[in-house]
Ligand binder design. Structure first.
Ligand SMILES: Cc1cc2nc3c(=O)[nH]c(=O)nc-3n(C[C@H](O)[C@H](O)[C@H](O)COP(=O)(O)OP(=O)(O)OC[C@H]3O[C@@H](n4cnc5c(N)ncnc54)[C@H](O)[C@@H]3O)c2cc1C
Length: 336
């Protein structure tokens, strides 16, 4: 009997089990330390599970994870997003593509994905043992593995697939380093920026849809939506930048400076051109300059709360008496 042990009942472990069909003379056993399978999949994609992406161009996809291009290239060529789509469609899951290319089940619930994986595992007669945390693993002279679990169970396997996800503490990898495996030290990723004492935190709720955020002193930058919060900055562009710069930011102990270009308009001439266009539209539609600008610049209604000094030569006052950083009142070009 060929015994295959899968350690971890998350997306990776269950997808592996779903792809190992039952065969005479083969036993597949999945061990999960908690009391439930696929817990992260349940909350993934805001509960809808972003299954894959509609990208067919692999170079583009690999660029999205700059620290792992070499590692991922081979794997992604063998199992592309198109393979993922076909795999789920073969199992009866209908996927839909959103305008940004993300693909979700049409049911809009991750339970569809969970049910599909569990059904496949049942069909494959995968044996599942919950509340079994692997604590030690030995390679025996006959090239089989002896697996020890926290509840005292010992299991012997010919093949072991480790799908335990990531651990936050380096010593949690000790089970596997004893067998000669090497790990890169884990660092935080996908976090918001904490910016205590920065004036910008006076503007919580202010957002820009196409800001370019750069970690100064590096080549790392991301363009996308940025949200100012009462503690600093958040939003998709910040989260993505934190992932791309994860190791760089850990190395400088999270003491770094960013530069933000709030508008996709890259120079003064372009800003004025947009302003003139918006002024033209404004005259026709009776919208205010502030409303018109909100399409391409952060919402100017928040500017009065910025603790910046008034530009030299500008006598304009907001209704509340505070200074404006930009002269939307006196309209002098050299203020912009
Ligand atoms: C909020 C959120 C939203 C997300 N949204 C998406 C999305 O929409 N689309 C997407 O593709 N990805 C998404 N992700 C990422 C995705 O969920 C993970 O990449 C994926 O779940 C990782 O799967 P995994 O099987 O490698 O690890 P995990 O899901 O972490 O599973 C590992 C399993 O191993 C078990 N385990 C650990 N140690 C042991 C041990 N010693 N013995 C036995 N069992 C053990 C754990 O209990 C766990 O069940 C999201 C993640 C989060 C947190």
């Amino acid at each position: 009997m060929l015994k295959i042990a899968i350690i971890g009942g998350g997306a990776a472990g269950c997808f592996a089990a779903a792809n190992i069909p039952a065969l005479p003379g083969r036993e597949v056993v999945l061990f999960e330390k908690t009391g439930k399978l696929l817990q992260k999949v349940k909350v993934s994609g805001g509960g809808r599970c972003n299954v894959t992406h509609s990208y067919t161009g692999l170079p583009e996809l690999l660029q999205a994870y700059p620290r792992g291009i070499a590692l991922l290239r081979k794997t992604m060529h063998r199992f592309t997003p198109l393979h993922t789509q076909r795999w789920f469609e073969n199992e009866g899951v209908v996927l839909k593509e959103e305008p940004d290319g993300r693909m979700f089940p049409t049911t809009d619930t991750s339970q569809t994905i969970i049910d599909t994986l569990l059904n496949c595992m049942t069909r494959n007669r995968t044996q599942v043992f919950l509340h079994h945390a692997l604590t030690d693993m030995k390679l025996l002279p006959d090239n089989t593995f002896e697996l020890h679990f926290s509840n005292g169970v010992v299991y012997h396997a010919h093949k072991v697939l480790i799908a335990t996800g990531g651990y936050s503490k380096p010593d949690q990898y000790n089970i596997f380093t004893g067998l000669g495996h090497k790990f890169s030290l884990p660092v935080p990723s996908l976090f918001t920026f904490n910016m205590p004492n920065e004036a910008i935190t006076a503007l919580p709720g202010l957002s820009a849809s196409e800001a370019m955020v750069k970690v100064l002193g590096t080549k790392l930058s991301v363009t996308g939506a940025v949200l100012i919060t009462h503690w600093g900055m958040s939003g998709p562009a910040i989260l993505k930048l934190s992932a791309m710069a994860a190791r760089t930011l850990a190395e400088c102990n999270y003491q770094f400076q960013i530069g933000v270009q709030w508008s996709p308009l890259t120079n003064r001439g372009a800003v004025f051109q947009q302003l003139r266009q918006e002024q033209g539209k404004q005259a026709a539609s009776r919208t205010t300059t502030a409303q018109a600008l909100a399409t391409s610049l952060p919402k100017v209604r928040h500017f009065p709360r910025l603790p910046f000094g008034r530009p030299a030569g500008c006598a304009a006052k907001s209704p509340s008496g505070s200074s404006y950083p930009r002269c939307i009142y006196c309209k002098r070009q050299n203020h912009l």
